[in-house]
Design a protein around this ligand. Structure first.
Ligand code: NAD
Length: 351
Protein backbone atom coordinates (compact mmCIF):
# COMPACT_ATOMS: atom_id res chain seq x y z
CA UNK A 1 0.00 0.00 0.00
CA UNK A 2 1.27 3.46 -0.88
CA UNK A 3 0.14 6.55 1.04
CA UNK A 4 0.82 10.24 0.41
CA UNK A 5 1.03 12.28 3.62
CA UNK A 6 0.77 16.06 3.10
CA UNK A 7 2.33 18.13 5.90
CA UNK A 8 4.41 15.09 6.86
CA UNK A 9 7.30 17.24 8.12
CA UNK A 10 5.04 18.89 10.71
CA UNK A 11 4.25 17.84 14.26
CA UNK A 12 1.37 15.40 13.71
CA UNK A 13 2.31 14.55 10.12
CA UNK A 14 5.77 13.37 11.17
CA UNK A 15 4.22 11.16 13.87
CA UNK A 16 1.97 9.64 11.19
CA UNK A 17 4.90 9.13 8.82
CA UNK A 18 7.05 7.50 11.53
CA UNK A 19 4.19 5.16 12.44
CA UNK A 20 3.40 4.15 8.85
CA UNK A 21 7.03 3.67 7.80
CA UNK A 22 8.37 2.01 10.96
CA UNK A 23 5.36 0.10 12.32
CA UNK A 24 2.97 -0.54 9.45
CA UNK A 25 5.54 -1.11 6.69
CA UNK A 26 3.53 1.13 4.36
CA UNK A 27 5.20 2.95 1.44
CA UNK A 28 5.00 6.62 2.36
CA UNK A 29 5.47 9.70 0.21
CA UNK A 30 5.83 12.74 2.45
CA UNK A 31 4.76 15.92 0.66
CA UNK A 32 5.61 19.16 2.42
CA UNK A 33 6.53 22.67 1.29
CA UNK A 34 8.63 23.17 4.47
CA UNK A 35 7.19 26.34 5.93
CA UNK A 36 8.65 27.48 9.27
CA UNK A 37 6.68 24.55 10.82
CA UNK A 38 8.13 21.88 8.54
CA UNK A 39 11.14 20.20 10.10
CA UNK A 40 13.07 17.46 8.34
CA UNK A 41 14.83 16.65 11.62
CA UNK A 42 11.47 15.22 12.76
CA UNK A 43 11.82 12.62 9.98
CA UNK A 44 15.39 11.57 10.77
CA UNK A 45 14.22 8.11 11.95
CA UNK A 46 12.73 7.36 8.52
CA UNK A 47 14.97 9.28 6.13
CA UNK A 48 17.00 6.27 5.02
CA UNK A 49 14.18 3.76 4.97
CA UNK A 50 13.45 2.23 1.55
CA UNK A 51 9.70 2.67 2.08
CA UNK A 52 9.92 6.44 2.61
CA UNK A 53 10.36 9.27 0.15
CA UNK A 54 10.26 13.02 0.80
CA UNK A 55 9.03 15.41 -1.88
CA UNK A 56 9.17 19.16 -1.33
CA UNK A 57 6.01 20.52 -2.93
CA UNK A 58 3.23 22.97 -2.18
CA UNK A 59 -0.39 21.81 -1.99
CA UNK A 60 -1.43 25.15 -3.56
CA UNK A 61 0.40 24.10 -6.73
CA UNK A 62 -2.31 22.06 -8.45
CA UNK A 63 -0.07 21.03 -11.33
CA UNK A 64 2.66 19.77 -9.01
CA UNK A 65 0.04 17.81 -7.05
CA UNK A 66 -1.40 16.30 -10.26
CA UNK A 67 2.07 15.26 -11.51
CA UNK A 68 2.94 13.76 -8.18
CA UNK A 69 -0.26 11.70 -8.00
CA UNK A 70 0.10 10.46 -11.58
CA UNK A 71 3.69 9.39 -10.88
CA UNK A 72 3.23 7.87 -7.42
CA UNK A 73 -0.22 6.25 -7.84
CA UNK A 74 -1.12 6.27 -4.12
CA UNK A 75 -3.98 4.28 -2.63
CA UNK A 76 -4.66 6.92 -0.01
CA UNK A 77 -3.87 10.53 0.83
CA UNK A 78 -3.68 11.77 4.39
CA UNK A 79 -3.99 15.55 4.22
CA UNK A 80 -2.37 17.30 7.18
CA UNK A 81 -0.63 20.23 5.45
CA UNK A 82 -1.94 23.45 6.96
CA UNK A 83 -1.12 26.65 8.73
CA UNK A 84 -1.90 25.53 12.25
CA UNK A 85 -1.05 28.14 14.89
CA UNK A 86 -4.01 30.17 16.20
CA UNK A 87 -1.92 33.15 17.38
CA UNK A 88 -0.30 33.46 13.94
CA UNK A 89 -3.75 33.37 12.33
CA UNK A 90 -4.78 36.37 14.43
CA UNK A 91 -1.66 38.34 13.45
CA UNK A 92 -1.85 37.38 9.76
CA UNK A 93 -4.89 35.47 8.48
CA UNK A 94 -3.90 35.58 4.78
CA UNK A 95 -1.61 32.54 4.87
CA UNK A 96 -4.38 30.55 6.57
CA UNK A 97 -6.90 31.37 3.85
CA UNK A 98 -4.31 30.62 1.21
CA UNK A 99 -3.06 27.25 2.43
CA UNK A 100 -5.98 25.85 4.39
CA UNK A 101 -8.74 26.86 1.97
CA UNK A 102 -7.20 27.49 -1.46
CA UNK A 103 -4.54 24.82 -0.91
CA UNK A 104 -7.12 22.21 0.09
CA UNK A 105 -9.26 23.18 -2.91
CA UNK A 106 -6.33 22.81 -5.35
CA UNK A 107 -5.36 19.50 -3.79
CA UNK A 108 -8.95 18.23 -3.97
CA UNK A 109 -9.14 19.10 -7.66
CA UNK A 110 -5.87 17.30 -8.42
CA UNK A 111 -7.06 14.30 -6.40
CA UNK A 112 -10.44 14.27 -8.13
CA UNK A 113 -8.81 14.22 -11.54
CA UNK A 114 -6.47 11.40 -10.46
CA UNK A 115 -9.31 9.41 -8.86
CA UNK A 116 -11.69 9.77 -11.83
CA UNK A 117 -9.08 8.13 -14.05
CA UNK A 118 -8.60 5.06 -11.82
CA UNK A 119 -10.25 1.71 -12.54
CA UNK A 120 -13.55 1.10 -10.69
CA UNK A 121 -11.85 -1.30 -8.26
CA UNK A 122 -9.09 1.20 -7.45
CA UNK A 123 -11.63 4.01 -7.16
CA UNK A 124 -13.51 2.05 -4.50
CA UNK A 125 -10.37 1.28 -2.53
CA UNK A 126 -9.08 4.87 -2.63
CA UNK A 127 -9.34 7.22 0.38
CA UNK A 128 -8.79 10.96 0.80
CA UNK A 129 -8.41 11.58 4.52
CA UNK A 130 -8.80 15.17 5.65
CA UNK A 131 -7.34 15.93 9.09
CA UNK A 132 -9.05 18.72 11.00
CA UNK A 133 -9.63 20.17 14.42
CA UNK A 134 -12.23 20.35 17.20
CA UNK A 135 -11.92 24.13 16.98
CA UNK A 136 -14.34 24.19 14.02
CA UNK A 137 -17.15 23.57 16.53
CA UNK A 138 -16.38 26.75 18.50
CA UNK A 139 -16.45 27.02 22.27
CA UNK A 140 -18.33 24.99 24.90
CA UNK A 141 -19.91 26.01 28.18
CA UNK A 142 -19.01 24.15 31.36
CA UNK A 143 -20.76 20.91 30.38
CA UNK A 144 -21.24 18.75 27.28
CA UNK A 145 -18.91 17.73 24.47
CA UNK A 146 -18.71 18.13 20.70
CA UNK A 147 -20.26 15.35 18.61
CA UNK A 148 -19.85 14.77 14.87
CA UNK A 149 -23.27 16.41 14.44
CA UNK A 150 -22.41 19.55 16.43
CA UNK A 151 -22.95 22.76 14.43
CA UNK A 152 -19.91 24.55 13.08
CA UNK A 153 -19.11 27.81 14.91
CA UNK A 154 -15.42 28.64 14.35
CA UNK A 155 -14.13 31.69 16.23
CA UNK A 156 -10.56 32.28 15.04
CA UNK A 157 -9.19 32.82 11.53
CA UNK A 158 -7.44 29.43 11.93
CA UNK A 159 -10.59 27.52 12.88
CA UNK A 160 -12.65 29.35 10.25
CA UNK A 161 -10.15 28.34 7.55
CA UNK A 162 -10.20 24.73 8.76
CA UNK A 163 -14.02 24.79 8.84
CA UNK A 164 -14.04 26.00 5.24
CA UNK A 165 -11.70 23.19 4.20
CA UNK A 166 -13.91 20.62 5.98
CA UNK A 167 -16.88 21.87 3.96
CA UNK A 168 -14.96 21.65 0.69
CA UNK A 169 -13.97 18.06 1.43
CA UNK A 170 -17.56 17.18 2.31
CA UNK A 171 -18.80 18.77 -0.92
CA UNK A 172 -16.26 16.88 -3.07
CA UNK A 173 -17.72 13.67 -1.64
CA UNK A 174 -21.37 14.61 -2.12
CA UNK A 175 -20.91 16.27 -5.51
CA UNK A 176 -18.22 14.17 -7.18
CA UNK A 177 -18.32 10.95 -5.17
CA UNK A 178 -14.71 11.25 -3.98
CA UNK A 179 -14.25 8.71 -1.14
CA UNK A 180 -13.28 11.04 1.69
CA UNK A 181 -13.07 10.59 5.42
CA UNK A 182 -12.68 13.54 7.80
CA UNK A 183 -11.45 13.56 11.36
CA UNK A 184 -11.70 16.39 13.88
CA UNK A 185 -9.32 16.12 16.77
CA UNK A 186 -8.60 17.92 20.02
CA UNK A 187 -5.25 19.46 21.06
CA UNK A 188 -2.25 17.24 20.48
CA UNK A 189 0.97 17.17 22.47
CA UNK A 190 4.08 15.00 22.49
CA UNK A 191 7.58 14.69 21.00
CA UNK A 192 8.68 16.92 18.08
CA UNK A 193 6.14 19.65 18.92
CA UNK A 194 7.20 23.08 17.63
CA UNK A 195 8.32 25.19 20.62
CA UNK A 196 5.80 28.00 19.98
CA UNK A 197 2.95 25.77 21.24
CA UNK A 198 1.86 25.79 24.90
CA UNK A 199 3.33 22.53 26.22
CA UNK A 200 6.80 22.62 24.60
CA UNK A 201 7.07 26.37 25.28
CA UNK A 202 6.42 25.81 28.97
CA UNK A 203 8.84 22.86 29.14
CA UNK A 204 11.67 24.79 27.50
CA UNK A 205 11.05 28.09 29.32
CA UNK A 206 10.78 26.21 32.62
CA UNK A 207 14.02 24.37 31.91
CA UNK A 208 15.79 27.67 31.25
CA UNK A 209 14.26 29.50 34.25
CA UNK A 210 12.32 31.90 32.03
CA UNK A 211 8.82 33.30 32.63
CA UNK A 212 5.90 30.94 31.91
CA UNK A 213 3.27 33.17 30.22
CA UNK A 214 -0.32 31.97 30.70
CA UNK A 215 -3.20 33.66 28.87
CA UNK A 216 -5.90 35.39 30.98
CA UNK A 217 -6.64 33.52 34.19
CA UNK A 218 -5.47 30.17 32.79
CA UNK A 219 -8.96 28.72 33.24
CA UNK A 220 -9.50 27.89 29.53
CA UNK A 221 -10.02 24.16 29.13
CA UNK A 222 -8.55 21.99 26.39
CA UNK A 223 -8.88 18.27 25.77
CA UNK A 224 -5.38 16.82 25.28
CA UNK A 225 -4.38 13.83 23.15
CA UNK A 226 -0.90 12.28 22.93
CA UNK A 227 0.22 12.65 19.31
CA UNK A 228 1.02 8.94 18.85
CA UNK A 229 -2.53 8.06 19.92
CA UNK A 230 -3.75 10.49 17.26
CA UNK A 231 -1.56 8.83 14.61
CA UNK A 232 -3.04 5.42 15.59
CA UNK A 233 -6.57 6.82 15.26
CA UNK A 234 -5.85 8.38 11.86
CA UNK A 235 -4.53 5.09 10.52
CA UNK A 236 -7.62 3.23 11.77
CA UNK A 237 -9.79 5.75 9.92
CA UNK A 238 -7.84 5.38 6.67
CA UNK A 239 -8.05 1.59 6.62
CA UNK A 240 -11.44 0.99 8.25
CA UNK A 241 -13.38 4.28 8.06
CA UNK A 242 -16.51 4.61 5.95
CA UNK A 243 -16.33 7.08 3.02
CA UNK A 244 -18.31 10.26 3.65
CA UNK A 245 -18.13 9.84 7.43
CA UNK A 246 -16.67 12.19 10.03
CA UNK A 247 -14.96 10.87 13.17
CA UNK A 248 -14.23 12.94 16.26
CA UNK A 249 -10.98 12.10 18.03
CA UNK A 250 -10.04 13.20 21.54
CA UNK A 251 -8.06 12.27 24.60
CA UNK A 252 -10.85 12.41 27.20
CA UNK A 253 -8.35 14.48 29.14
CA UNK A 254 -9.79 17.92 29.85
CA UNK A 255 -7.43 20.18 31.74
CA UNK A 256 -7.31 23.92 32.42
CA UNK A 257 -4.26 25.59 30.89
CA UNK A 258 -3.02 26.53 34.35
CA UNK A 259 -3.27 22.90 35.52
CA UNK A 260 -1.20 21.81 32.51
CA UNK A 261 1.48 24.40 33.23
CA UNK A 262 1.58 23.45 36.92
CA UNK A 263 2.00 19.77 36.00
CA UNK A 264 4.91 20.67 33.72
CA UNK A 265 6.50 22.73 36.52
CA UNK A 266 6.23 19.78 38.92
CA UNK A 267 7.67 17.31 36.39
CA UNK A 268 10.61 19.63 35.68
CA UNK A 269 11.23 20.09 39.42
CA UNK A 270 11.27 16.28 39.72
CA UNK A 271 13.68 15.67 36.82
CA UNK A 272 15.85 18.81 36.95
CA UNK A 273 15.58 20.33 40.45
CA UNK A 274 16.16 24.10 40.56
CA UNK A 275 16.57 26.49 43.49
CA UNK A 276 13.29 28.26 42.69
CA UNK A 277 10.19 26.05 42.29
CA UNK A 278 9.10 26.35 38.62
CA UNK A 279 5.53 27.32 39.61
CA UNK A 280 6.96 30.70 40.71
CA UNK A 281 7.84 31.41 37.05
CA UNK A 282 4.15 31.47 36.03
CA UNK A 283 3.00 34.94 34.85
CA UNK A 284 -0.46 35.85 33.60
CA UNK A 285 -0.60 37.80 30.32
CA UNK A 286 -3.42 39.54 28.40
CA UNK A 287 -5.85 37.00 27.02
CA UNK A 288 -5.89 36.01 23.34
CA UNK A 289 -8.73 37.80 21.48
CA UNK A 290 -11.72 35.50 20.95
CA UNK A 291 -10.13 32.85 23.18
CA UNK A 292 -12.46 29.81 23.28
CA UNK A 293 -13.38 28.84 26.85
CA UNK A 294 -13.60 25.08 26.59
CA UNK A 295 -13.26 22.24 24.09
CA UNK A 296 -14.25 18.62 24.74
CA UNK A 297 -14.81 15.72 22.35
CA UNK A 298 -17.36 12.92 22.43
CA UNK A 299 -15.40 9.97 20.97
CA UNK A 300 -17.98 7.18 21.19
CA UNK A 301 -18.35 6.90 17.38
CA UNK A 302 -14.71 6.09 16.61
CA UNK A 303 -14.55 3.83 19.67
CA UNK A 304 -17.69 1.91 18.71
CA UNK A 305 -17.10 1.69 14.95
CA UNK A 306 -13.31 1.43 14.71
CA UNK A 307 -12.30 0.19 18.16
CA UNK A 308 -9.94 3.12 18.83
CA UNK A 309 -9.34 4.62 22.25
CA UNK A 310 -6.40 6.68 23.54
CA UNK A 311 -3.74 4.47 25.13
CA UNK A 312 -2.03 7.24 27.10
CA UNK A 313 -3.44 9.07 30.09
CA UNK A 314 -2.55 12.76 30.17
CA UNK A 315 -0.25 12.11 33.12
CA UNK A 316 1.71 9.33 31.37
CA UNK A 317 1.84 11.20 28.04
CA UNK A 318 3.01 14.44 29.61
CA UNK A 319 5.71 12.66 31.60
CA UNK A 320 6.90 10.94 28.40
CA UNK A 321 6.88 14.31 26.60
CA UNK A 322 8.94 16.09 29.26
CA UNK A 323 11.46 13.23 29.22
CA UNK A 324 11.64 13.42 25.40
CA UNK A 325 12.49 17.15 25.49
CA UNK A 326 15.13 16.51 28.16
CA UNK A 327 16.69 13.76 26.04
CA UNK A 328 16.41 15.49 22.66
CA UNK A 329 18.04 18.83 23.26
CA UNK A 330 19.66 18.85 19.80
CA UNK A 331 16.23 18.67 18.10
CA UNK A 332 14.73 21.64 19.94
CA UNK A 333 17.93 23.70 19.99
CA UNK A 334 18.14 23.44 16.20
CA UNK A 335 14.44 24.27 15.99
CA UNK A 336 14.58 27.29 18.26
CA UNK A 337 17.76 28.71 16.70
CA UNK A 338 16.38 28.35 13.18
CA UNK A 339 19.21 25.91 12.36
CA UNK A 340 16.67 23.33 11.13
CA UNK A 341 15.56 25.75 8.41
CA UNK A 342 19.11 26.63 7.37
CA UNK A 343 20.10 22.95 7.23
CA UNK A 344 17.46 22.14 4.66
CA UNK A 345 18.73 24.90 2.42
CA UNK A 346 22.21 23.45 2.73
CA UNK A 347 23.48 26.74 4.15
CA UNK A 348 25.33 25.41 7.21
CA UNK A 349 25.40 26.91 10.68
CA UNK A 350 27.10 30.27 10.00
CA UNK A 351 24.94 31.46 7.14
P1 NAD B 1 2.24 21.83 11.86
O1 NAD B 1 2.11 23.31 11.72
O2 NAD B 1 3.21 21.29 12.85
O3 NAD B 1 2.59 21.17 10.45
C1 NAD B 1 2.03 21.60 9.24
C2 NAD B 1 2.92 21.11 8.12
O4 NAD B 1 2.31 21.50 6.88
C3 NAD B 1 4.32 21.71 8.12
O5 NAD B 1 5.28 20.70 7.94
C4 NAD B 1 4.31 22.69 6.96
O6 NAD B 1 5.59 22.84 6.35
C5 NAD B 1 3.30 22.01 6.02
N1 NAD B 1 2.67 22.97 5.10
C6 NAD B 1 2.12 24.17 5.41
N2 NAD B 1 1.67 24.78 4.30
C7 NAD B 1 1.91 23.93 3.27
C8 NAD B 1 1.65 23.96 1.87
N3 NAD B 1 1.05 25.03 1.32
N4 NAD B 1 2.01 22.91 1.11
C9 NAD B 1 2.63 21.83 1.67
N5 NAD B 1 2.92 21.75 2.98
C10 NAD B 1 2.56 22.78 3.78
O7 NAD B 1 0.76 21.32 12.16
P2 NAD B 1 0.27 20.08 13.05
O8 NAD B 1 0.09 20.53 14.43
O9 NAD B 1 1.12 18.90 12.75
O10 NAD B 1 -1.17 19.87 12.42
C11 NAD B 1 -1.37 19.04 11.28
C12 NAD B 1 -2.82 19.04 10.89
O11 NAD B 1 -3.62 18.60 11.98
C13 NAD B 1 -3.33 20.44 10.53
O12 NAD B 1 -4.21 20.30 9.43
C14 NAD B 1 -4.08 20.89 11.76
O13 NAD B 1 -5.13 21.76 11.43
C15 NAD B 1 -4.61 19.57 12.30
N6 NAD B 1 -4.80 19.49 13.75
C16 NAD B 1 -3.81 19.87 14.62
C17 NAD B 1 -4.01 19.75 15.99
C18 NAD B 1 -2.93 20.09 16.98
O14 NAD B 1 -3.17 20.07 18.18
N7 NAD B 1 -1.71 20.39 16.55
C19 NAD B 1 -5.23 19.26 16.47
C20 NAD B 1 -6.21 18.88 15.55
C21 NAD B 1 -5.98 18.99 14.20
Amino acid sequence: MKVVVTGGAGFIGSAVVRKLVLQENVDVITVDSLTYAGNLNSLSLVENKPNHKFIRADIRDGEAMADLLAREQPKAIMHLAAESHVDRSIDGPAAFIDTNIIGTYRLLEAVRDYWENLSAARQNAFRFHHISTDEVYGSLGPVGAFRESSPYAPNSPYSASKAASDHLVRAWHHTYGLPVVTTNCSNNYGPYHFPEKLIPLMILNGLEGKALPVYGTGENIRDWLFVEDHADALWQVVINGTPGEVYNIGGEAERTNIAVVQMICDLLDEFVPAEQPRRELITYVADRPGHDARYAMEISKITRELGWRPKHTFESGLRQTVVWYLENRSWWEATRSGQYARDRLGLGSNS
